[in-house]
Design a protein around this ligand. Structure first.
Ligand SMILES: [Zn+2]
Length: 414
């Protein structure tokens, strides 16, 4: 601004005239800005070829003969208060001898199919990683569909491919990704948290397809595989990775214990008097909580319940004891502690715990293996949270490839 508040003459321009130094805002290699038109409905940036530079094939960068001229348009970053910006650029169609097909020129800064600049698409993609697609769509005045389309193309171009070399420990799990029981199988690098594989289904073949894509060397590097006890994956792992240790991961073991507690709680509820029912009611989640991890209020309720109901109290103690075993640092000590836990539990007169103890005893090595192989469940827990967030943000997305890329982004770029 000058002293009297006027715009300096060198900054004044009318609509539809040549702009100076536009390269600071609009840099397209091999093109120059010819015109900038602003109207209330939006802005148009008109490019022309830089005559000093020859036309080049967008794929191989070889020179392209100038055959058929035309023009095309692409959306760019909004200007000012959300003014929609279109880049209008000339095109030339010519036969590229290297690619052996007809190619149409375009600035490298513009996506070949999306009719948008890469920088605009990357901005939309950045927002899509933190906000729901509908909110991003409203922000840029485009549709949700377009938000997801840009986001997917950017992730396809920018995300590194899954790192399958040198995997030491992996976690395999199934996840419900859509409403109405549609499951996917996921494989995570247990050390880095990177999501390396995701496919529809939770059968043996679903996992076998992952192992099939690994080289013999990549398979040999895997020394431990964390899974849920009850899944269908065990046989496939033994077949493809005979040298790897199977580890029952902690998150699922804790879930098993919680399910056993829940069964005891429900049995007690059925048999309880009206008065005792009141104490049991709504106690499900306070029973899952770690001892000492509750606020004073729920803790008092838990204490009252444990005092009043002997079987629930015993179930809770068994859970807490199992949790202590999970904190052990030496496998041999944990194995010994697990053995006495199983012995005690098998005579507890609670069916759900007895079943669990029998099963734990049969595969005690796999129950305590996570200590030796340093396979923790934090990565699965982290992924669970990401799945929930990403599915919510994508607003019921049906495209599994997109979901995989979005989740990979969250696990790789943290
Ligand atoms: Zn070419």
């Amino acid at each position: 601004m000058t002293e009297n508040g006027d715009i300096p003459p060198n900054l004044r321009f009318k609509t539809g005239v040549k702009v100076r130094n536009s390269k600071a805002l609009y840099r397209f290699e091999g093109y120059v800005v010819e015109e900038l038109n602003c109207q209330e409905i939006g802005a148009q940036i008109k490019l022309r070829f830089d005559e000093r530079k020859p036309a080049r094939c967008p794929e191989c960068n070889d020179r392209l003969p100038r055959n058929r001229p035309g023009s095309s348009a692409a959306m760019d970053m909004p200007l000012g208060e959300g003014l929609v910006v279109w880049i209008i650029f000339p095109t030339i169609q010519g036969y590229c001898r290297t690619c052996q097909c007809y190619q149409t020129t375009r600035p490298a800064e513009i996506h070949p199919e999306a009719r948008a600049t890469w920088r605009f698409m990357r901005t939309v993609s950045d927002w899509a990683s933190v906000a729901p697609a509908t909110a991003v769509a409203a922000m840029f005045e485009i549709s949700d569909h377009t938000v997801r389309r840009y986001d997917k193309k950017v992730l396809e171009a920018d995300l590194p491919k899954p790192q399958l070399d040198g995997l030491r420990a992996i976690l395999i799990d199934e996840k419900a990704v859509r409403r109405g029981h549609s499951y996917v199988t996921v494989v995570i690098n247990a050390d880095t948290g990177e999501l390396v594989y995701m496919a529809e289904g939770r059968k043996k073949q679903t996992l076998a397809a992952f192992f099939d894509q690994l080289t013999a060397e990549q398979r040999a590097s895997i020394e431990a595989v964390g899974i849920d006890r009850s899944g269908a994956y065990q046989a496939v792992i033994e077949e493809y990775l005979p040298g790897a240790a199977i580890v029952y991961d902690r998150l699922h073991l804790v879930a098993n214990i919680n399910a056993a507690i829940d069964e005891v709680r429900r049995t007690q509820w059925r048999e309880a008097s009206a008065e005792d029912k009141a104490a049991i009611k709504g106690s499900r989640y306070i029973l899952y909580a770690n001892s000492g991890g509750l606020e004073p209020d729920p803790q008092a309720r838990l204490d009252r319940l444990l005092e009043a109901n002997q079987p629930i109290s015993l179930a809770y103690q068994l859970k807490e004891q199992f949790r202590v075993i999970c904190e052990y640092r030496y496998t041999a000590c944990a194995a010994k502690a697990l053995e006495s836990w199983c012995e005690m539990t098998q005579t507890s007169d609670m069916k759900s715990f007895e079943r669990l103890a029998r099963s734990f005893r049969k595969s005690a090595g796999k129950v305590v293996a996570f200590i030796k192989h340093r396979v923790t469940s934090g990565r699965i827990e982290g992924l669970n949270n990401q799945v929930a967030k990403v599915v919510h943000r994508a607003c019921g997305v049906r495209d599994l490839d997109y979901l995989f890329l979005r989740l990979r982004h969250q696990t790789v770029m943290r």
